[in-house]
Design a protein around this ligand. Structure first.
Ligand SMILES: [Zn+2]
Length: 250
């Protein structure tokens, strides 16, 4: 039987407070690979097409542990969901029970949030099922199932920037699994399962523009995305079109 990493799940501070850059936390466990489990964290784990956060953990005596990325972890024997902070090579060793300050690379994360939120708007501007997507620092893309396509880069760019300039609020909202099952049209992204658990699913609502289940990190208002450009539209298979966007200020 696998050794249980932690008896409690990691509290996901980034979910309710996406603008929090740091938090105090306690080390619950360190796995065989040196991955660090905290009781709570501002580090978003790789998932839903968004890469995990990088940053630092700083111990009470001032030792700084660089974190390369963050991933989801779960014990083989069905322990609680934990998040694993993956140290960069050569990081100092730490022990469970120590207190640390967890701080993300905010410049990188803010760009990821801006791109991620822009992809929600893109899925509203291009109203076809989403078959895949990826967010990176300053750039992102969605794949759409579109049999016949005459998508126009300039038109989509103009419409995205129009929606961004409405400065609409972005907020989360939770519904029950049963409500989601009764409204399957809410799920636009066929390849990504929304976060659920305890009978609830998290929705992201961009007021008047978009509503869909999502577990990622988002900006508070569309205006925070800033100006964007559609950089490329490609065919990926007979019925697939890939639309790539970029922030103008990267
Ligand atoms: Zn999202």
């Amino acid at each position: 039987m696998a050794r249980q990493l932690s008896a409690q799940p990691t509290e996901t501070v980034f979910r309710d407070e996406p603008y929090s850059r740091s938090c105090q936390a306690r080390i619950l466990a360190v796995n065989e690979m040196g991955g660090i489990v905290l009781d709570r964290t501002v580090f978003y784990p790789t998932g839903g097409g968004q890469p995990g956060d990088s940053g630092t953990l700083t111990t009470a005596d001032g030792a700084v542990i660089p974190i390369a990325t963050t991933v989801k972890g779960r014990d083989e024997d069905g322990g609680p969901d934990v998040l694993i902070h993956v140290p960069a090579e050569g990081a100092v060793t730490v022990s469970p029970g120590s207190d640390v300050t967890a701080e993300i690379d905010w410049d990188r994360r803010h760009k990821l949030m801006r791109v991620h939120t822009c992809l929600h708007l893109l899925s509203a501007v291009v109203p076809f099922p989403v078959t895949g997507g990826q967010v990176s620092e300053g750039k992102g893309r969605l794949d759409f199932a579109i049999p016949e396509s005459n998508l126009d880069k300039d038109e989509i760019t103009a419409e995205l920037n129009r929606l961004i300039e409405t400065d609409s609020p972005v907020a989360d909202d939770w519904i029950t699994d049963a409500e989601l099952a009764a409204n399957p049209e809410l799920v636009k992204t066929m390849s990504v399962q929304p976060p659920s658990g305890a009978g609830r699913v998290r929705l992201i609502r961009i007021e008047g523009l978009d509503l869909q289940p999502c577990g990622g990190t988002h900006v508070a208002r569309t205006g925070d995305i800033g100006p964007v450009t559609v950089t490329k539209i490609e065919s990926k298979g007979r019925q697939n079109r890939r639309v790539a966007i970029s922030l103008d200020d990267i």
